[in-house]
Design a protein around this ligand. Structure first.
Ligand code: ATP
Length: 317
């Protein structure tokens, strides 16, 4: 494995009975990057991570971490990785300091506990029992426990799910600090904003497969239509089916429009060239006597990448 890469996943497969949860996933993770697995619930992110962590045995393919095979050299892999446990599986009755010291004792080499707690903004809570922590504090403790052995690679599985916006931001800062310290971070999420902000590269997964892998900017730039025009058309709801069809056909045929989505909150046109789409839309609406409201434009997001590639939303998929 080239030294540039610290993880190599090669054709990983996991089946449960007849169901293929991960159907041949391959990617490489560079040293020191934050690498995101982004996809809807059930995409296979956790299963893929657990095969790389050596927690689940692949039915096909293999994974290497710093050159060590996660099946045949599991002990070597365990020594150089840190895995964030789901915060629900922490021991409720221990204090933050006790649980961290206990985890540190599992390893031959560990980092000092107090500075570790300080870096996770947990010093004030060091003597508090786990059951008295907030959701964000529990997640930060789970990250602290993943770091006790000073790992080369840290795995974070949906670290901010269920947290309020402020707790999410605090965790994002922690992830960015880990990167500054030179750690490689592999993180799974179904939040596109989180993936965009934190990840150097994103592996977009759906139904057990990799559907795209690149930097967030390149994923968005790769869309044929990387801008959107959004608006409401109040008269649409009252039209008969025929007229609705014709309006949708007209919108789809507008200059530079690659696709049209009708959402509950209004219409979304994906466009490769805003100016020509807007001009055609506004003059056409005038000509048809249709009133448009709430007209706005924006640059496409990772959510749009997912929608254009799968026809479904990350949230609804
Ligand atoms: P989530 O965000 O919901 O955790 P995910 O992308 O991490 O989603 P996985 O947890 O890897 O997805 O699950 C992938 C698929 O495999 C899902 O359809 C899930 O129901 C199924 N699956 C996972 N573990 C098992 C198991 N032990 N037995 C049977 N099916 C499983």
């Amino acid at each position: 494995m080239a030294d540039e890469f610290v993880i190599e996943a090669d054709g990983l497969i996991k089946r449960y009975g007849d169901f293929t949860a991960v159907g041949g996933v391959s990617f490489q993770v560079k040293r020191g990057e934050v690498f995101g697995l982004l996809g809807p619930n059930g995409a296979g992110k956790t299963t893929t991570m657990e095969m790389i962590e050596g927690l689940r045995r692949p039915d096909g393919g293999r994974a290497l971490v710093d050159g060590f095979d996660t099946v045949s050299q599991l002990e070597k892999v365990k020594a150089i990785i840190g895995v964030q446990l789901q915060s629900t599986s922490l021991f409720d009755l221990l204090t933050v300091r006790e649980i961290t010291e206990m985890y540190a004792s599992f390893y031959k080499k560990s980092v000092p506990v107090e500075p570790l707690l300080e870096s996770m903004i947990l010093t004030e809570k060091a003597s508090a029992r786990v059951k008295h922590l907030s959701g964000g504090q529990k997640q930060r403790l789970a990250v602290a426990l993943a770091l006790v052995n000073d790992p080369l690679v840290v795995f974070l599985d949906e670290p901010t799910t269920g947290l309020d916006p402020q707790a999410r931001r605090t965790l994002w800062d922690i992830v960015l600090k880990l990167k500054e310290q030179g750690k490689t971070v592999v993180l799974s999420t179904h939040y596109m904003d989180e993936a965009h902000i934190l990840c150097d590269r994103i592996c977009l997964m759906d139904q057990g497969s990799v559907i795209a892998l690149d930097t967030p900017a390149n994923l968005i730039r790769g869309l044929a239509a990387d801008k959107t025009v959004e608006f409401q058309m109040p008269a649409f709801a009252a039209m008969d089916d025929d007229r609705q069809e014709r309006v949708l056909g007209w919108l789809g045929g507008l200059a530079a429009v690659s696709s049209v989505e009708k959402r509950q909150e209004g219409f979304v046109l994906y466009s490769g060239d805003l100016q020509s789409t807007l001009t055609a839309l506004v003059s056409g609406a005038d000509g048809h006597g249709l009133q448009l409201e709430g007209l706005s434009t924006r640059t496409a997001t990772l959510e749009d990448v997912f929608i254009q590639m799968t026809g479904r939303s990350l949230r609804e998929a």
